[in-house]
Design a binder for this molecule. Structure first.
Ligand code: GLU
Length: 336
């Protein structure tokens, strides 16, 4: 598994295991019916640990599908801006993979769900926010610390510019969300200093946390998330702008880490029901990727107990099923 003394395979990727999305009219119908089905679901709570997030309209609900070929399909509040929060994590990890190589990134950041053996009792004790991979805060702050740049300002600019290339437009940053989180993020500051003690942070602790907090405050909408997801689905090339954002070889690794830990402690349930790599964030966004087919962005602020958007997860499950996206689905070769 690409250990230090084993030469890495030169993979030419001649074959992929994926197909294409169904025709456009089917996608439009399925998006509309998901919106209709779930818009009256009011389960869940809006996040309030970042004070300013608590003031969002909980009824907002939008979704967007962007195909790897650049087709776009939207429903509801798909252009309503919100702060990207943890949905930034896979994309910053992708940029760091591109800058350092995915092998080095794996060595420095880890890609397992707990970092401990499968039967470790200690893993259960330690699991709350202590896992080491780029989808949880410890791994994400460490990832941000690895972003190219000698100063916090340079690192922040690299992140903002990189996320913008994924989205295919220049993304703004929400100063109010940043100030609100920066005034209330002692836990993240603590995590960064703890990582520093363990020699697992690669830049100044306070400044790494600050850049990470800015990264979380970048403004996106559901359509942006769909384009960003579609870029990971399209071998690292943004299907709307045609720009290569990261090398093809990194996409499948980023998706693997999302599949492992993208939905907080519900990642197993998500994979069981939906069968696609995804990443959610506390402001109510979810990005989901169907490799080779496209990206799905959803936004609805009410969250379940684990922090995942309730309507977003329902919509994603519905579309995964109706559009045939689950990567584990098959049928007997004799069936047709
Ligand atoms: N900025 C948030 C934090 O680090 C992101 C949380 C999230 O979306 O999971 O706490």
């Amino acid at each position: 598994m690409a250990d230090g003394d084993v030469p890495e395979l030169t993979v030419t990727d001649p074959y992929v295991s994926t197909g294409r999305l169904p025709p456009s009219d089917e996608i439009d119908v399925m998006l509309a019916s998901a919106h209709e089905l779930y818009r009256d679901i009011t389960r869940g709570e809006v996040a309030d640990y970042i004070p300013v997030l608590a003031s969002v309209d909980p009824e907002l609900f939008g979704a967007c599908v962007v195909s790897a070929g650049g087709r776009e399909h939207s429903v509801g509040d798909s252009r309503h801006p919100f702060s990207i929060q943890s949905v930034s994590k896979p994309f910053v990890f992708a940029l760091v993979c591109d800058a350092l190589g995915h092998r080095k990134a794996r060595e420095l950041l880890g890609v397992n769900s707990t970092g401990l053996p499968f039967n470790s009792v200690m893993a259960i004790e330690l699991n709350e926010h202590r896992t080491m991979n780029p989808m949880v805060n410890a791994g994400a702050i460490a990832t941000t610390s690895l972003v190219p740049g000698d100063t916090a300002e340079q690192k922040w600019e690299f992140v903002r510019e990189g996320l913008s290339r994924f989205a295919g437009r220049s993304l703004e940053f929400d100063e109010e969300v940043y100030e609100s989180e920066a005034a209330a993020n002692l836990r993240n500051v603590g995590i960064a200093h703890l990582l520093e003690c363990y020699g697992q942070l690669y830049f100044d602790a306070d400044q790494s946390t600050d850049v990470y907090t800015r990264q979380c405050s970048v403004l996106v909408d559901a359509r942006d998330l769909a384009v960003m997801g579609a870029t990971l689905a399209d071998g690292g090339v943004n299907p709307i702008t045609g720009e290569r954002v990261i090398a093809t070889a990194h996409c499948k690794r980023v998706l693997a880490v999302m599949a492992t830990a993208g939905l907080y402690e519900r990642s197993g349930e998500w994979m069981y029901e939906i069968g696609l790599p995804g990443k959610s964030g506390v402001s109510g966004g979810i990005v989901t990727v169907s490799p080779g087919k496209g990206g799905l962005g959803t936004f609805s602020p009410r969250l379940d107990a684990a922090g995942n958007s309730v309507r977003g997860a329902l919509t994603t499950a519905y579309l995964s099923d109706r559009l045939g996206l689950n990567i584990y689905a098959s049928e007997p070769a004799t069936a047709g």
